[in-house]
Design a protein around this ligand. Sequence first.
Ligand code: AFP
Length: 334
Amino acid sequence: MPVTLGQYFAQSGADPSLVELLLAVSIGCERISAAVRRGAVGDILGALESENVQGETQKKLDVISNELLLEACSPASRLVAIGSEEMDGIYEVRKVGPQGGFFLLFDPLDGSSNIDVNVSIGTIFSVLPAPTSATERDATEADFLQPGRSQIAAGYVVYGPQTTLVLTLRAGVRAFTLDPVTGEWLETNEALAIPPETKEFSINASNMRHWAAPVRQYVEECLAGDTGPRGKNFNMRWVASMVADVHRIVMRGGVFLYPWDAREPNRAGKLRLMYEANPMALLVEQAGGAAFDGQGATLDCKPVSLHQRVSVMLGSKAEVERLARLHAEALQPA
Ligand code: AFP
């Protein structure tokens, strides 16, 4: 009989208050999964009049998913505050005080432009340590601005043909699939490992003319296949749902790129550092892969704002190292 999520936590030796928080996240995601599955039948598809802090039109399910996670997670006894793609500022649950505790960040429903066309979407989450303070004070956005290497746990839930939770407590990466009959999360992979080599890359090729030279060179070399410098043919995938694309890479290898491009030269990238790139980067590194932000390892990037965007290149280690080399060579004097 596969191990349940609760049994895994019980044997993991993890801090019981962290386990309490992560179980609360799993309950929130079960509820999101049920809502996603209802879709049009539940009259919860489509867009709202509102926009999120990113200036993006919010889908009904974006807002519903955010509320489901707030409701499920707020009771967690050492949760101090929450940051979400769908909320401008931080959401305070408790005061910062001598007890410390946790910050939770999430993109409650990533890939929302895919909701109305029945393509896999997902929830991405990250747990950071909350500071301690001798006297109680409000949590601040600045408290959240910790590099990704400070994460205590990270994961995602992909709402696809199966609802699968992929999680790291910084001791490897495990997958649990929701049994629709019993409602239990059952372990389906106890040690996910990303192959260092791959023949599959994932990028929105319609932006090719806007990419920086190293990215264009990398992709052109892949496209040249066995007639070019790579000496092998590549396949391309682009779901336009980061969770679905990253899950494929976690399961069978590959490299995912959403790099800086010249469409908005003052924007580092499309994806957000704190609740998309960092949790995915921790998972990928824990699974033996690598994550690069165009300057260095994603997890070493020092955040400057809660919703900041970043260039993302992650997956099979040899491919990400090649991309890092191409970026470094581009900085060398001609
Ligand atoms: P939406 O949440 O607006 O669908 O964006 C999804 C996403 O943030 C990420 O999940 C995808 O990898 C990426 O954007 C797709 O972006 P493009 O639509 O520009 O390809």
